[in-house]
Every structure is written in structure tokens, then in C-alpha cells.
Ligand binder design. Sequence first.
Ligand code: M6R
Length: 590
Amino acid sequence: MCGVIGYTGKQSAATVIMDGLARLEYRGYDSAGVATVFNGDLHLKKGVGKLEEVEAACLLSRLPGNTGIGHVRWATHGGVTMENAHPHVDCLNYIAVAHNGILENYQKLRRRVVSRHKLVSETDTELIAHLIEEYLVPGAPLEQAVTKAVKEIKGTYALVVTSTVEPNKIVATRCGSPLVLGLGKGENFISSDFQAFLPYTREVVFLDDGETVVMTPGKVHILSASGKKTRKDSVVLDVDLAVREKNGFDYFMLKEIFEQPQAILSAINQEKSALKKAANLVNNSQSVVFTACGSSRYASLIGRYMFSKIAHRFSDVIISSEFCYFGDSVDENTLVIAVSQSGETADVIEGVIEAQSRGAKILSIVNTIGSTLARMSDCVLYLNCGTEFGVAATKSFLSELVILYLLSFSLAGRQEEAEEELKRISELMDENLRLNNDEVPKAALKLAGHDKFYYIARGINFAVAGEASLKLKEIAYVHSEGMSAGELKHGTLALVEEGTPVIAIAPCDDTHEHILSNISEVKARGAYIIGLSDKPDKLFDIHIEIPRVNEYYYPLACIVPLQLFAFHSSIARSLDPDRPRNLAKSVTVT
Ligand code: M6R
């Protein structure tokens, strides 16, 4: 997590950087800071809180100069304090460093640095500023000092460095964290995400691990890992600028929930050749393994059911952070399907690197064009749902499901049939959203006093229970558990007491009869039942209506009212659903 940006050119660096940081804030909002170089001095301002709060308190955008760096933080080493906010500086206030990543040899480095330098923070990043200070030799270029300092650090980093010694220069380097160079006319940019500078240039170079960029307003060169000048081709991006508009909604999350009928249609709009290539990869593999985290993992679990039901293909789903422990079973006959909205999740990328090292092919399902995962895959299917600003995955989760439905049906040569039903669901979902946006807030308000919830489901809907529960934890800070209803009697039932809210996902599919029996079991122990179904039932204390869809498609119909339930539960608790505490949209640390 964390977002970094650097700018050198003719414009006010602080203005360009603040504009970019607003588009990087999805990567962290614990603190923010900007450092510029002006008249031979370093000017630095930083503070704790969301970007707009720090700006209101410190006026970051008013810093002088045409060269500078900026940072939004998601805390790793050191708490959320002013001192730990980036950029960090050396003892003499000559060098400023912003960092995304985490150093593994932090303790050792700290012991090495602490006796010789004045440390003001608990961060790993400040140690890098002091290492650069040690290697900075009068008359020698900044990049030489950065390259030497980097040799001492282990871990992941995207580093952006500026210095008063060479006032128009930015040096940036990466290992395991993304970094993109933006080439302008008389100005250059570097950032964790090209969206940060997309209003100024679309010509970019994606850096690889070990590479270092040295940029001034009129010149850029790239050094390879061995320190030699290297040529890299730029690409001109054909992507839309992510517009941070709420379009009349109070929150991005609610807007994105309401965008889902359209998201279905956008996801259907796939390059036919890409879908065909993806299906061939599945057909030509001996084993198929999904890997993903969080919501994308729940989507993968539904994909697994669909592969089995429609294509009769067995597959497994491995949490990306656990993937390395299964490496022994992966070889050149394995297809790994990596599912990730951001395409930058470090755990996913680490799993994919492990799989590639064993010869596996990679099919990825991602939203972000140009993301690290997309660039390392043999085949990519894009979600096409536009930028998702809410930290909680909503339209991206649904779009992942749509792609997995399309892929499953195309494996069986039935892609058109899936497209027809998905279009129909898009219309039904639109109506259902309006209905439930009136009804679901009442249920959320009624249950706002409860601090534990259970979501139960069977079969293909089991993963919906997990995803809905994750939403509630993430944005309403309520403990909840999403379970296979059949598992209740094996232990968890002991926790159900008078009034315990149990949200039962009970659509009219092949799980209906069975889930009703499970509902009876919990109701007999006093549970308060919120039943999600296209058919009312006397067992339900509250009935949340879903549209009737064809067999297999109920996860799409069920998740939407449950997203609304989590959203309104967050609002009922006076929380900010868009920026939940301790989290970030893109999880770039392992
Ligand atoms: O970008 P990804 O899909 O790889 O992200 C994976 C998870 O971090 C993400 O789905 C997370 O669980 C969501 N915030 C949940 O709403």
C-alpha cells in the first residue's frame, strides 16, 4: 500500500503532486505529505489523516518550487503519527524520500543507522534517507547514492527521492512495488499508478524490478539493475481518466452498488478472441487453480462451482498468501487463474511469480489496464467496470462473477446463452436495487445494536455468505461469519442464542429446501432470521426480496442487497463506508 509520486517540470510541483495524491489516496489514507525543492532548500509539510484533512491543516499545495515528491500512507513500520508520515529526510535536510513497500531487514538497518544519525520516526523509510545521506558524495550524482543505498535494503520498495544537491532531479527505483514513469514535454512524472499523472501525459514506461529512473524536466534515463543505461520503449495509454465524481450519491460505495446493472453489460463486452484464448488455456491444462484474496477469492469460489456445474471441470481455489505452500503441486500442466480487481495485490503477484517459476500458465481476471498482474499474464480478461473508489469491492466483485460465468459457459460452448441471461439479470437488478434501497436501510437500522451476525448459505451461494460477511466486517466494523449452513451443527450453532441475527441466503435454486431446514435449526435456538429469497417464507422475521433468475445465477442476485445491507449498517453506525479504518484499496504488501 501507500502511494508515491514525483514531479519535475515547469508547473507548481505541489499542485501537480496534490492532484496526483488525490488519485492515489485509495492506496492509503493514514497520513500524507509533500516535499519540494526551492531556492536550494527542501520544503516539507505532512500530517496525519485523509488528504483533504492534511491539506486543510498544512496547506501542502502551497509549497513552492517546480520539483517535488509526495506520499499517501498506509502504516506498516510505526504508528499513524506526524513523525511517521512521509516524506522522510536525512539529518541535514538535503534529501527527501517517499516509499511504498516494506523493508525486511529493518531491525538490522536501524541498528546500523541509529548510532550515526538522528532518527525522528519509527519508519523503515527514514533509514533509507540516512543511507542515501551516507553515500551522497559531493560532485557525484544523486542516483549513485540511491543505487548504493538500495543495495543495503531487503524487501519491497518503490522509492522516489529528491535532493537540494541537484534541485531539478528526481531519482526513483523499485523492487516488488509498482512504479510508472510519465513522459511529458519539459516535465516528467513518476508514480505508483499512472492515474496520478494521466491528466498531464499518457506516454508511460512501466518500470521493472531493479530499474532506476533519473529524471529532470528535460531529460530521463533509466538504469538497469546492474547500473547500466538502458533503453525501454514507452507506450501511449488508451485508458480513461478515473473521474472522482459521486454523481449525486453521498458515497462512492453506494454509487458503485448502483452501477452494477451497467457493470454486467460492460463485463459481457469482452474481446471474443480473449475469451476464446482463455477457454483454450483451461481446456489445454491438466489442473486449474484459482488464486485471489478477499472479495476476489469469494468470486473465485463461485467460479469454481460454475466450472464444475457447467464445464464439469474440477478446480481448486487457493488464498494467494498461502499459494507458496502448494508450489509442489504446480507445474507446466497447471493453469493458474489469478483474480484481482487492482492487479497489484502483492500476495497474488507473489503466488503468480511462484507458479510461473514452475512453468504454469497464467490467466488473469483484472480491472486495471496496465497493472502488474495484467502485464505478467499469458491471457487477460478485463472487468471493464471502471475505477472503483470505494475500498469495499462491489461492482468489481460482480464483474468478476460475470467473467467467470462467461468463461464457464464458453467452456461448454454455451456463451450466448449466458450472455442472454446476464442481460436479463442486469434489468432485474436495476428494479430490485430501487426496491431494496428503500427496504434494506430499515433492516440495517433495526439491527444496528447487534455486534455479531451469521450469514448462512449452501452450494454456489456459500461464497456469497462469505463475501457479504466480509462487507459487514470491513465497513460496519461488526464481527460476522459467512458459513456453509451445513457446517453450523458442527460447532458454530453453540453461539446462536435468543435474538442472534442470522442472514439466510435462500433462493429458489437446488439449495432451497435444504437451507430452509437449516434455518429451522437456528430459529429453534432463538435466531432472528433475515431471509434473502425470491419466495417469502414464514420462517423469515425479515424478508429481503431478490429477483427470480435462472438456476446458477443467484449469486449475482443475492450479493447486491447484502452489499446494501453492509452499506446501510455502516451509515447506521455513523461510519465512513468509503474509507474504512486500517484498510486500503490496493494491498501491495505481503
Ligand atoms: O485488488 P484485489 O481484487 O486483488 O483485492 C483483493 C482484496 O484486497 C479485496 O478484494 C478486499 O478484500 C476488498 N476490500 C473487500 O471488499
